[in-house]
Design a protein around this ligand. Structure first.
Ligand code: 8X3
Length: 256
């Protein structure tokens, strides 16, 4: 599949999702824009008028019945999804596992793992039947490099990486491609740091202070690059981080 037609992007209202939607619109694709915040989706749809046919779907993807209803209810012209960009995800908190809040952990598991897997389960059969499709998951460098406070967030991204590579194995013999994009710290209009810091704008700003982070558009570039490879090429994983970021050193708790 070299020229897919219809893409569904989750978490489309801001950051990586929004930048990806804009990049795909510029590429002439039809878009199903999924997020919870209806007003943000409407604003994005308006900004894409004349560039792309859009359908906005405001749904809580962590509610399995609502998600299934939304996907099964997609109207003609938008129902056959060629490209799934599984972008919606979040980190909550930066504390150690021994101090974690279960609600934070379960929200991350439901959003980053369950909802992403559910979307794949709902959309993959159609892609295989039509012999065209590309699942693009948004993972994280956190899925490969542990760091203090990463705990469930990092594990959820390791799940996404493992899921992507296992899909690759299952999709052998079909035309459907699958890619995991694994960014490091992203700035721009990404709300990642604000959400991770539980809405504390000061802490969120400190996390990024003085850092030339990745921009959401850098990840959107990876999405379009993976899509634009010839059909014979499957990009399994793309890992990228700011030049100003690196994985941590080993820690040693010396007692003497
Ligand atoms: C988040 C990447 O490096 O900010 O997905 O933890 S990092």
């Amino acid at each position: 599949m070299t020229k897919p037609e219809t893409a569904l992007v989750t978490g489309a209202s801001a950051g990586i999702g929004r930048a990806t939607a804009i990049a795909l619109a510029e590429r002439g694709m039809k878009l199903v824009l999924v997020a919870r915040r209806e007003d943000r989706l409407a604003a994005l749809e308006k900004s894409l008028q004349g560039k792309a046919e859009c359908l906005t779907v405001s749904v809580d993807i962590t509610d399995p019945a609502s998600l299934e209803g939304a996907i099964r209810g997609l109207p003609d012209g938008f129902a056959d999804i060629d490209v799934l960009v599984n972008n919606a995800g979040l980190a909550l908190g930066l504390g150690n596992a021994q101090n974690a809040d279960w609600n934070d952990w379960s929200t991350m598991i439901e959003t980053n793992c369950s909802a992403a897997a559910h979307l794949i389960q709902l959309l993959l059969p159609g892609m295989v039947a039509r012999a065209r499709g590309h699942v693009i998951n948004v993972g994280s460098v956190a899925g490969s490099y542990p760091y203090p406070g990463g705990n469930i967030y990092a594990a959820s991204k390791a799940f996404i990486e493992a899921l992507t590579l296992n899909l690759k194995a299952d999709l052998f013999g079909t035309a459907v491609r699958v890619t995991n994009i694994e960014p490091g710290m992203v700035g721009g209009d990404s709300e990642f740091s604000l959400v991770r810091n539980k809405g504390n704008a000061e802490s969120a700003a400190k996390t990024r202070q003085g850092l030339a982070t990745l921009e959401p558009e850098d990840i959107a570039d990876c999405v379009t690059w993976a899509l634009d490879r010839p059909g014979r090429v499957n990009i399994n994983r793309i890992e990228l981080m700011p030049t100003a970021q690196a994985p941590g050193r080993m820690a040693y708790d010396r007692k003497s």
